[in-house]
Design a protein around this ligand. Sequence first.
Ligand SMILES: C[C@H](O)[C@H](O)[C@H]1CNC2=NC(N)=NC(=O)C2=N1
Length: 100
Amino acid sequence: MAAIEPLNDTERAEALDGLAEWDYDDSRDAITRTIVFSDFVEAFGFMTQVAMLAEKADHHPEWKNVYNRVDILLTTHDAGGLSERDIELAEAIDGVLGED
Ligand SMILES: C[C@H](O)[C@H](O)[C@H]1CNC2=NC(N)=NC(=O)C2=N1
C-alpha cells in the first residue's frame, strides 16, 4: 500500500466541515466523538459493527467504553496524524448511527 500522508490544513478544514458531530483534537491531530447509548448492550452492539468495518478497512479506532458511553479517537498512526482514512472511518461510523 502507498505511504499515507496526513491531511494539510485546507484538506482538514474541508473534511471537518462535513463531520458535524466530530471534534478536532489538536494535541493528537485526531478527531474525536463521544456517543451515549441507552445501555451497555446498545453501546457494545455499535462497537461490534464498527469493529467489523474497521477490520475490513484495516483502519482501527482508539476507543474506550464505559457502560453506555463510547469515546472514539481517530488518527492514522502510519501517517503520524489525521488522514483520509480517518475521515472515511468517521463517515462509516456516522453511517452505523444512521446519520448518513
Ligand atoms: C499493518 C496495518 O495495515 C497497519 O498497522 C494499520 C492497522 N490499523 C491502523 N489504524 C490506525 N488508526 N492507524 C494506522 O496507522 C493503522 N495501521
